[in-house]
Design a protein around this ligand. Structure first.
Ligand SMILES: Cc1cc2nc3c(=O)[nH]c(=O)nc-3n(C[C@H](O)[C@H](O)[C@H](O)COP(=O)(O)OP(=O)(O)OC[C@H]3O[C@@H](n4cnc5c(N)ncnc54)[C@H](O)[C@@H]3O)c2cc1C
Length: 376
C-alpha cells in the first residue's frame, strides 16, 4: 500500500494535475487535405483464431503451409517462416522419398519471398510462383511491430510466443544493420497505444526482452493531449524490406513465374511451400480464412525527422459502424513514419475487394485530424 501511495504521489501533484514529468511533447503529422499523397487499400490475410503453419502430405506432394497472419504478418514473418522450414525438415526425415526434390514456393509476399531465400540459401533448389508480385499487402502494411491481441489455447499460445520471440530476435538484427541480407528498413521506435488498445507485446516484456511499458500523457503542442501506454517497438519499413527481398531473390538466381494456380497439383514439384496469404483460404478450402480490408493514407511534405514515433489507438464507439455492405468496421488511429508518414486505419472483416469502401479515406482523415490536431 505504501508503495502504491508513493507511485501515486510521484505521478500527481497536490492539485491532482499530472506533473510536467509525465507529459511528452510530440510533433503531430500535417493532416490538411493537401498533405495526402496516396490512398491505399489492402487486404489482411485474416484467419479465425490463429495463423496456419503446418506440413501436410497430400497424395504425392508435401505441402508446407504458412498463411493467415492477418494484421501481424510482418511482425511474425521471421519466426513463422523459420518454423515452417523446421517442420518441413522434420517431415523430410519421415518421408525420405522427398529428399533432394526441388521446391516450389507459392506467394511473393513477405512470407513467400523470405521462404524462397532461406530455402535457397540452405541449398534447396527453389522456384517462386505468384499471381502477382507488385503492390501486394506485404508492400502496403503500415509497419508496426505488434502482434495485437489474440485469444489462444495454452498450446497455441506456446507456438505463437515462440514465433513472436524468434521474430523479435531477428528484427533486432535488421534494426542493428547486422542481418545477412536485410541491411535497412528496421528502426527501434516508441509505440504509443491508445486506451484499451493491446499491442500483444506483453510476453516480450515478461521475458525481459523489452522494457515494461510506461503510462504517459502526450501533448501535440496544439491543445491536443492523450493518455497513452508507451512501449518499445520496431518500425518495419515494409516496402523497403520487400525491395531488399526481391533483390536477394534475384541475386540468388531464384526463377520466378507470374501465374494464378487453382490447386497445388498444378505444380510439377512434389514439395510446395504455401505462402498464399488470403489465397490460402480457397486453395485449402480453409473456412477459417477471412479477408480483412484495411485503408491507409500516405502523407507528403512532413517534418519527417520529428515524426520518429508510432501510434496505435482503437477508437471505441457506442454504436457499431458497418460498411456499405454490412460488414463491421473497426476504426483505429495509426501513425507510422512509412513513406514520409502514414495514417490509418480501418479493419473491415469479410471484405476482400480492393475497390470498395472509398468513403473510409475521408473518415480516416477526419478522425486523424481530430486526434492529432492542427500542425504548423
Ligand atoms: C492496412 C494494413 C496494415 C497492416 N499493418 C501491419 C503492421 O503494422 N504490422 C504487421 O505486422 N502487419 C501489418 N499488416 C499485415 C501484413 O501486411 C500481412 O499480414 C502480410 O503482408 C502478409 O504477407 P503474406 O506473404 O502472407 O501475404 P501477401 O503479401 O498477401 O502475399 C500473398 C501472395 O500469394 C499470392 N497468391 C495468393 N493466392 C494465389 C494463387 N491461388 N495463385 C498464385 N498466387 C497466389 C499473391 O499473388 C501474393 O503474391 C497490415 C495489413 C494491412 C492490410
Amino acid at each position: 500500500m505504501k508503495r502504491l501511495l508513493c507511485a501515486f504521489a510521484c505521478c500527481v501533484n497536490f492539485t491532482g494535475i499530472l506533473s510536467a514529468a509525465q507529459v511528452e511533447h510530440l510533433t503531430p503529422p500535417r493532416l490538411a487535405e493537401k498533405f495526402v499523397k496516396e490512398k491505399v487499400t489492402c487486404i489482411r490475410p485474416g484467419r479465425e483464431g490463429f495463423f496456419h503453419i503446418a506440413v501436410e502430405k497430400k497424395r504425392t506432394q508435401l505441402i508446407i503451409h504458412d498463411y493467415g497472419h492477418g494484421g501481424s504478418g510482418w511482425t511474425l514473418v521471421f519466426g513463422s517462416v523459420n518454423r515452417a522450414i523446421r517442420l518441413f525438415e522434420a517431415a523430410l526425415r519421415q518421408y525420405t522419398e522427398f529428399h533432394g526434390k526441388p521446391i516450389r514456393v507459392l506467394g511473393a509476399g513477405a512470407h513467400g519471398q523470405l521462404a524462397a531465400i532461406l530455402l535457397q540459401k540452405k541449398g534447396y533448389k527453389v522456384r517462386l510462383t505468384a499471381s502477382s508480385f507488385a503492390d501486394l499487402t506485404s508492400h502496403k502494411g503500415a509497419g508496426i511491430f505488434a502482434p495485437g491481441p489474440v485469444e489462444l489455447s495454452a498450446e497455441e499460445r506456446k507456438v505463437f510466443e515462440e514465433v513472436l520471440v524468434e521474430s523479435y530476435e531477428v528484427w533486432k538484427t535488421v534494426v542493428a544493420g547486422t542481418h545477412s541480407f536485410l541491411r535497412k528498413g528496421g528502426a527501434a521506435m516508441p509505440l504509443y497505444l491508445g486506451e484499451g488498445t493491446d499491442s500483444g507485446l506483453q510476453s516480450l516484456v515478461l521475458r525481459g526482452l523489452i522494457p515494461a511499458p510506461e503510462q504517459v500523457q502526450v501533448s501535440f503542442g496544439n491543445g491536443k493531449r492523450h493518455p497513452f501506454t508507451k512501449i518499445h517497438s520496431i518500425f518495419m519499413d515494409t516496402r523497403m524490406i520487400m525491395e531488399q527481398m526481391e533483390q536477394t531473390c534475384h541475386a540468388l538466381g531464384i526463377p520466378r513465374e507470374e501465374k494464378q494456380i487453382q490447386h497445388f497439383s498444378d505444380f510439377s514439384e512434389f514439395i510446395v511451400f504455401d505462402c498464399a496469404g488470403v489465397g490460402g483460404g480457397a486453395l485449402n478450402q480453409d473456412s477459417k480464412v477471412v479477408p480483412v480490408q484495411g485503408h491507409l493514407l500516405t502523407l507528403q511534405d512532413q517534418p519527417v525527422e520529428q515524426l520518429r514515433y508510432m501510434v496505435y489507438a482503437k477508437i471505441h464507439t457506442n454504436k457499431p459502424v458497418v460498411d456499405d455492405f454490412g460488414h463491421p468496421v473497426e476504426d483505429y488511429v495509426y501513425f507510422t513514419p512509412k513513406g514520409g508518414g502514414t495514417v490509418g486505419g480501418s479493419y473491415i472483416k469479410g471484405e476482400g475487394r480492393l475497390t470498395t469502401n472509398q468513403a473510409q479515406f475521408q473518415r480516416i482523415l477526419e478522425r486523424s485530424q481530430a486526434f492529432f490536431g492542427r500542425a504548423d
